[in-house]
Write a protein that binds this ligand. Structure first.
Ligand code: PHE
Length: 339
């Protein structure tokens, strides 16, 4: 017996193994290969005539094949028996059908769609922009010059060619204003990137930008629209408050808080006992931004806002770890099926 013939035995045995589809084929196969006069049994017997070195190598290979086949045949037999049993059991037509598993939208996708829907009802249009941005669109045109401390507020991922990953969705304001003429009413959801990671921060997260430019847009319009958005998102009873804030691309700037969704304003851990939770930044478009896109500041006014999708989703559903959104655990994602 030679190495070549062992290879052949093995190849044939594995091929025929694949073709077994019922119990009688299985027992025929077992006799053919592993029976008293089976191919492998005989080959093992023939080993004794070989020189010791060859016997050792070929013996090991044959035994390995034999063990493998025995194990495979045993489990195949179990499978075939079960299938047989299934077939013989009476078919009960009163049993409920087996429902196919269906998926569900990711909670962040849900929030993005819900928020976009609210603004679509107000006549806004959805637009998008690139995630790889230039320094100009992400910072300079938004009145954040080279030396500005606000650049450090948003720890930026820079790419090798001088481009960067956008740190906010605000560059879409610039791109839109350059492409269009007012009136403008847009909403822009998308991924943004900042070098930051803990239970509340992820290096990639989602924002939604809003921009409205027209010949008669006031701070009151901004407050009205944001109040409507908050009540639509968190419920009619939600209270809002506006605090003065600072962004280089808006003047005046504000941050909007909502009454705490967990304690209803009573004070709890989530709102650090203040009863209020910050949900977005906004303001009137800064004249320097209008100048960057060649808009006549005497003719046009506008407001802009930016909100964090993860933050709003965490508040809506009481989620306390941002990383759950990206882990892809089905038990987490499935819990949004009925919501
Ligand atoms: N871009 C700001 C941020 O990332 C949010 C913002 C958008 C503020 C538009 C004012 C106007 O935090």
């Amino acid at each position: 017996m030679a190495v070549a013939s062992i290879k052949e035995i093995k190849q044939k045995a594995l091929e025929e193994l694949k073709a077994i589809s019922d119990l009688s084929q299985l027992s025929e196969y077992r006799v053919k290969y592993l029976g008293k006069k089976g191919v492998i049994t005989l080959a093992l017997k023939a080993l004794k005539d070989l020189p010791p070195e060859e016997r050792r190598i070929l013996g090991a290979e044959l035994n390995e094949l034999k063990d493998f086949l025995e194990e495979r045949l045993d489990s195949l037999k179990r499978e075939l028996l079960l299938a047989e049993e299934d077939r013989l059991t009476d078919f009960d037509i009163t049993l409920p059908g087996r429902r196919p598993e269906i998926g569900t939208l990711h909670p962040l996708t849900k929030t993005i769609r819900e928020i976009c829907d609210i603004f679509l009802r107000l006549g806004f249009e959805i637009v998008s922009g690139p995630e790889v941005e230039s320094d100009y669109y992400n910072f300079t045109a938004l009145n954040i010059p080279e030396w500005h401390p606000a650049r450090d507020m948003q720890a930026t991922f820079y790419l090798e060619n001088g481009a960067l990953l956008r740190t906010h969705t605000s560059p879409i304001q610039i791109r839109t204003m350059l492409q269009r003429t007012p009136p403008i009413r847009i909403i822009a959801p998308g991924k943004v990137y900042r070098c930051d990671a803990d239970v509340r921060h992820s290096p990639m997260f989602h924002q939604i930008e809003g921009l409205m430019v027209d010949s008669d847009v006031s701070f009151a319009d901004l407050k009205g629209i944001l109040t409507y958005f908050a009540k639509e998102t968190f419920g009619e009873r939600t209270k809002v408050r506006f605090r003065p804030s600072y962004f280089p691309f808006t003047e005046p700037s504000l941050e909007m808080d909502i009454s705490c969704v967990i304690c209803d304003g009573e004070g709890c851990r989530v709102c650090s006992n203040t009863g209020w939770i910050e949900i977005l930044g906004a303001g009137m478009v800064h004249p320097e931004v209008f100048r960057a896109v060649n808009y006549d500041t005497e003719k046009w006014q506008g407001f802009a806002f930016g909100l964090g999708v993860e933050r709003i989703t965490m508040l809506k559903y009481g989620i306390d770890d941002i990383r759950l959104f990206y882990d892809n655990h089905l038990y987490f994602l499935d819990s949004f099926k009925t919501l």
